[in-house]
Design a protein around this ligand. Structure first.
Ligand SMILES: Cc1cc2nc3c(=O)[nH]c(=O)nc-3n(C[C@H](O)[C@H](O)[C@H](O)COP(=O)(O)OP(=O)(O)OC[C@H]3O[C@@H](n4cnc5c(N)ncnc54)[C@H](O)[C@@H]3O)c2cc1C
Length: 385
């Protein structure tokens, strides 16, 4: 078992770190407060090939693998988790669905500009009454001649107000339950499609999160994505990679919290000593570093399994579950190590705690990850979601 990164991967890690520290770090506090980051950040990520990390070069992507993607996500999230989350929704979810289920024409027309960073994508599954139980989707799509007519709304959609291309799930055959849900590509500007309320969030505030609203929205029949009735089935496969991205997102925040804590513990003096000299602080740092290392191994294992074409549903969920839970714990301990300074905005650790919590909720809560892991291990498919 080889745990080392290749020369190219080390270079990728350094390059993304330098980009994040020079282009994101100076603005992250302001973006957190404003709940926004400029559109040109996406263009810069596109110029670096990060808007389509894993897609083949023939579709404008960088042709890298899932481990490379995990490295990119960790490094961006280490500096600005909101930017990383927006990239994840664009990459793994929207572009991922088009790559998995799209026909050649759809890939050329929609995936290529997304992968190049010319366009921004979002992906709409969640509704106000269908969260963990996404099979309870109510947004409907009714065939009318050469079009589908969409009605309904989506909730908590990352990049909802800024995306040019949306992939949305809608019910095409109510009688078939989960097997009656299909995916559609909807372009911004399509009559009857608009973004709704922008959410005012606890964390990942630089990332846009809003509703999507469909009112008699007529979508060309050619924008059905994948086979009719396969929207939910394809979603489960898309989330296998998505969860590796959220694991890496959580890992990046935990890494940042660890680094900030080590620096602060060395600088801060009380009772005539750096607080790093007190065993109580040393034990915290040791536990935090061990948790971060374990989360990285789980994340890289899931990515490596995917890259070698092996089954990885359980491993993706384990990585996401563990990395997101330890990320919250590590961020909490980072605040404790900073004392009162951890509780105020002059230091970034309070933001790390707020940002880390999203990892335990997005792309399936921690409870849902446990259901997935248990279902797969106990072979209970069909008994629990
Ligand atoms: C910032 C942010 C960005 C997001 N981005 C997107 C996006 O881009 N696209 C998208 O489609 N969605 C997105 N989401 C939605 C996200 O995936 C959902 O919030 C998540 O799946 C949980 O759904 P819910 O919020 O409705 O919670 P609920 O499903 O109502 O869950 C509430 C609680 O009940 C628990 N629970 C539910 N069912 C069970 C069960 N069977 N057993 C045990 N416990 C259970 C949950 O774990 C949770 O603790 C985003 C959410 C946030 C906050």
């Amino acid at each position: 078992m080889d745990f080392s990164l290749s020369e190219e991967q080390r270079l990728l890690k350094t390059t993304v770190r330098q980009f994040a520290e020079s282009e994101l770090l100076p603005h992250s506090r302001e973006w957190d407060e404003k709940q926004d980051f400029p559109r040109e950040v996406f263009s810069k990520l596109g110029e670096m090939g990060l808007m389509g990390v894993v897609w083949p070069t023939e579709y404008g992507g960088s042709g890298m693998n899932t481990l490379d993607y995990a490295i990119v996500m960790e490094e961006l999230s280490r500096v600005d988790a909101g930017v990383a989350l927006s990239l994840a929704a664009h990459n793994s979810l929207c572009s991922g669905h088009i790559f998995l289920a799209g026909n050649e024409e759809q890939k050329k027309k929609y995936l290529t500009p997304l992968a190049k960073g010319e366009k921004v994508g979002c992906w709409g599954l969640t509704e106000n009454s269908a969260g963990s139980d996404a099979g309870g989707t109510r947004t409907s799509a009714v065939r009318d001649g050469s079009h589908w007519v969409l009605n309904g709304s989506k909730t908590f959609i990352t990049n909802g107000r800024i995306a040019d291309t949306a992939v949305v799930m809608a019910v095409t055959d109510k009688a078939k339950g989960k097997k009656g849900i299909s995916a559609f590509i909807v372009e911004r500007g399509t009559p009857g499609f608009r973004a709704g309320k922008k959410e005012d969030k606890l964390g990942v505030r630089s990332s846009d999160t809003s509703e999507l609203v469909f009112e008699d929205c007529r979508v060309p029949a050619g924008n059905l994505l994948g086979r009719e009735g396969y929207g939910f089935i394809d979603t489960l496969r898309i989330l296998d990679r998505g969860r590796i991205g959220i694991a890496a997102f959580s890992l990046g925040i935990a890494q940042a919290a660890l680094e900030a804590s080590m620096k602060y513990a060395t600088d801060r003096k009380q009772f005539g000593h750096a607080i790093a000299e007190f065993q109580a602080i040393q034990f915290k740092i040791a536990d935090m570093a061990t948790q971060v290392a374990a989360a990285r191994l789980l994340t890289w294992r899931a990515a490596s399994l995917r890259d070698s074409g092996q089954e990885h549903t359980v491993e993706s969920s384990m990585a996401k579950l563990f990395a997101s839970e330890i990320s919250v714990q590590v961020a909490l301990e980072a605040i404790q190590i900073h004392g009162g300074y951890g509780y105020v905005k002059d230091y970034p650790v309070e933001r790390y705690l707020r940002d880390s919590k999203l990892g335990t909720i997005g792309e399936g809560t921690s409870e849902v990850q446990r259901l997935v892991i248990a279902r797969e291990l106990l072979q209970l498919r069909g008994m629990v979601r």
